[in-house]
Design a binder for this molecule. Sequence first.
Ligand SMILES: Cc1cc2nc3c(=O)[nH]c(=O)nc-3n(C[C@H](O)[C@H](O)[C@H](O)COP(=O)(O)OP(=O)(O)OC[C@H]3O[C@@H](n4cnc5c(N)ncnc54)[C@H](O)[C@@H]3O)c2cc1C
Length: 220
Amino acid sequence: MDKPRAVVIGSGIGGLTAAVALHDRGWRVTVLERAASLEPVGAGIALAPNSQRALDVIGMGDEIRALAAADPGQVLRNDVHQLIDPLTSFHRGRTVLVGDSAHAMAPSLGQGGNQAIEDAIVLAHHLTPDGDLGAGAAAYTADRLPRTTAVVRKSARTARLMRLTSAPAVATRDALTSLASRFVPTLILRTFDGIADWQPPRPTYAAPREADTAPVDAEQ
Ligand SMILES: Cc1cc2nc3c(=O)[nH]c(=O)nc-3n(C[C@H](O)[C@H](O)[C@H](O)COP(=O)(O)OP(=O)(O)OC[C@H]3O[C@@H](n4cnc5c(N)ncnc54)[C@H](O)[C@@H]3O)c2cc1C
C-alpha cells in the first residue's frame, strides 16, 4: 500500500523539522517552498536544550551541535512581528500550523525556532500514518497551544523590558539587572525554567527510522 502523503508548506526550521519527523514516522513527505532558493541571510539562531532534545529524536542533535560556531561578521536589521493573542487552535481539518505561523513571538528569549522544532517533533508524535488524523491534530493542539502561549507571553514581557527608551527606566532596568546578576547569578538562567528543561514525548515509533533509505521530496 502507498504511504499516505503529508505536504509541508514552508521550509523554515519548523517545516524542515516537521518534514524529517513525519518522514521518520512513515509519511511520504513533500515540502513546498515559495522562495526560489534557500540562501544564508546573515542571521543565526540559538538552539536551547529543549530543541536540541527535540532534534535528538530525529537523530540530528549532534549534527546541529557540531555547527555551533558563530560568525560575528554582520549585523542584520529587520522588522519583527509577534502574535500576542494566541490562536484558538493550531489545526483545522487536515491542516496544521507549526512554528511562527502558529505562534510568532518576540525574539527576546530566543525561542521562536526552538518552539518550531518542538512543534514539529510533537506533531509527528501524534500523527501516525494509519491513525485518526483529526484526533492526532487535536492532540497536537492540546499539547502545544498552552506551552507556546506561555512562551509567547514570557517573550513579550521580556521584550517590553528590552524596549524601554526613557533614560530613568533604562537606568533602573540596567541597575537592577546588574545587581541581580551579581547577587543572584542564576536569576537570568531561571528565566528558562520550564522552557529549556522540556522533554520530547517518548517516541512510540513502531516503524524503523527510514530517513536513510528514502529521501524527502523537495518541490518548489
Ligand atoms: C532577530 C531574531 C533573532 C532570533 N533569534 C532566535 C534564536 O536565537 N533562537 C530561536 O529559536 N529563534 C530565534 N528567532 C525566531 C526564529 O527565527 C523563528 O521563530 C523561526 O525561524 C520560525 O521558523 P518557521 O519555520 O516557523 O518559519 P520561517 O523560518 O519563517 O519559515 C517559513 C518558510 O515558509 C515559506 N513560505 C511562506 N509562505 C509560503 C507559501 N505560501 N508557500 C510556500 N512557502 C511559503 C517561507 O519562504 C519560509 O521559507 C529569532 C528571530 C529574529 C527576528
